[in-house]
Design a binder for this molecule. Structure first.
Ligand code: 2P0
Length: 332
C-alpha cells in the first residue's frame, strides 16, 4: 500500500467538535437523518479531529481507524456513498482519524469526525462543493457534524422539505465577533452506554414530552439566535441551560430512561451555580454523556478552570476558545 501511488486519491482535513447551545434531539426523518428541531452550536477549537481519506481500488471495503482502533463504518459509509454518487467514483475508502480527546464519550467526536471526513472525502473525490452542500452531506452521517463544517456560532436548520433539501447548517456569527470560551469538565472518559442515534429514536417513541419539545423549538431557537446576535451573554447563558435541561428531561422520561449523567456531572452543575452566585458569570451545558461544558467570557475562564479542577469527580479539565471552519490540510 503506497500512499504516494498517483492512482490513489487522498485528502487530509481537520475539523473541530461543537456543543449545542440550543440542542438537537429527535429526527423528523431517520433515513435521511433530518433533525426534528433546529439547533445552534459553538465550534470548539480545543477538540479536534484530523482525518485522512484515501479512495483505494485495492481495499476490500470502507474502513475506519480512529487513533489506531478499528470502528464501525455505518455512518461514514453513508457520507462516502453520497460523495461517490456525486463524483462517480466507485472505489472504497480508507479513513484514518485521530482525536485529541476521548472518542464517543459525549464530547461530540462524531461531529468533528464526520465533518473532517466529509471535507476530505469531497476533496479526494475531486468535488468542488459549497460549505452549505458539504453541511448537507455531513448531516446525513451525523446531524451535529453539519454544524462542525463551520466555525464560530452555527445554526442547523431542521427545514420542512420532505427530501431534507432545506436542512443545512450556516454560520450566525464569526468567532472573532464574540470570543467566548468554554471550560470542559471531563467526569468520565469511558464510552457511553446508549448512542445518541439510538437514544433519540427511543425518546421520540416514548417520552410524553417529545411533542412539546418539537413544537416549542422554533421560538426557542429564534430567541437564541437573537440573543447571540445581540451579544447578550446572560440571555444566551440562561437559554443554554434551559435547552440542556429540557433535553435531559426528555432523556429522563424516555422508556427505558436515559440518564447520561454521573455524580460528577451534578457536582459540576452545583459548582457553576455557586460560581454564578458569587459573581463569576458562567453557564453549563451537557450533551449525551456525563461531561459538562461551561460557557464563559475569557476574563473568567482561568478562575473557573481552577474552581472546577478542585472537584474530586472531575478527572480532566480543558479550556477552549471558539473554533474555526473545518478545513483541508497538507499531509504531515
Ligand atoms: C446536539 N447531540 O445538538 C445534541 C445534544 C447530543 C446531545 O447532536 O443521530 O451524533 O448521528 O444525527 O449528531 C449528538 O447526536 O446524532 C447530538 P445523529 P449526533 O449536539
Amino acid at each position: 500500500m503506497n500512499e504516494s501511488d498517483p492512482k490513489l486519491r487522498s485528502a487530509h482535513s481537520i475539523a473541530h467538535s461543537n456543543i449545542a447551545l440550543a440542542k438537537y434531539w429527535g429526527k423528523r426523518n431517520s433515513e435521511l437523518n433530518i433533525p426534528a428541531v433546529s439547533s445552534i452550536s459553538i465550534t470548539l477549537e480545543a477538540l479536534a479531529t484530523k482525518s485522512s481519506v484515501t479512495f483505494d481500488p485495492h481495499s476490500r471495503g470502507d474502513s475506519l481507524e480512529i487513533d489506531g482502533e478499528r470502528f464501525d463504518t455505518e455512518k461514514i459509509s453513508v457520507v462516502l456513498d453520497l460523495v461517490r454518487t456525486q463524483s462517480k467514483i466507485t472505489d472504497v475508502a480508507r479513513i484514518q482519524s485521530s482525536n485529541n480527546f476521548p472518542t464517543s464519550a459525549g464530547l461530540a467526536s462524531s461531529a468533528s469526525g464526520i465533518a473532517a471526513l466529509t471535507i476530505a472525502a469531497a476533496s479526494a473525490a475531486g468535488l468542488d462543493l459549497s460549505r452549505k452542500e458539504l453541511s448537507m452531506i455531513a448531516r446525513r452521517g451525523s446531524a451535529s457534524a453539519a454544524r462542525s463544517i463551520f466555525g464560530g456560532f452555527v445554526e442547523l436548520h431542521a427545514g420542512s422539505q420532505q427530501d431534507g433539501s432545506d436542512s443545512f447548517a450556516e454560520p450566525i456569527l464569526d468567532r472573532e465577533d464574540w470570543p467566548l470560551e468554554v471550560v470542559v469538565a471531563i467526569t468520565q472518559s469511558g464510552k457511553k452506554a446508549t448512542s445518541s442515534t439510538t437514544g433519540m429514536l427511543s425518546t421520540a417513541g416514548t417520552s410524553p414530552f417529545f411533542d412539546s419539545w418539537v413544537n416549542s423549538a422554533p421560538a426557542k431557537v429564534a430567541e437564541m439566535r437573537e440573543a447571540i446576535l445581540a451579544l447578550d451573554f446572560q440571555h444566551v447563558g440562561e437559554l443554554t441551560e434551559q435547552s440542556c435541561l429540557a433535553m435531559h428531561s426528555l432523556m429522563f422520561t424516555t422508556v427505558p430512561s436515559l440518564i447520561y449523567w454521573n455524580e460528577g456531572t451534578i457536582s459540576v452543575i452545583r459548582e457553576v451555580q455557586r460560581l454564578r452566585a458569587s459573581g463569576t458569570e458562567c453557564y453549563f451545558t451537557i450533551d449525551a454523556g456525563p461531561q459538562v461544558k461551561i460557557i464563559c467570557e475569557p476574563a473568567n475562564s482561568a478562575s473557573i478552570v481552577s474552581a472546577i479542577s478542585e472537584l474530586p469527580a472531575v478527572v480532566e479539565v480543558r479550556r477552549s476558545r471558539l473554533g474555526p471552519d473545518a478545513q483541508l490540510v497538507n499531509p504531515k
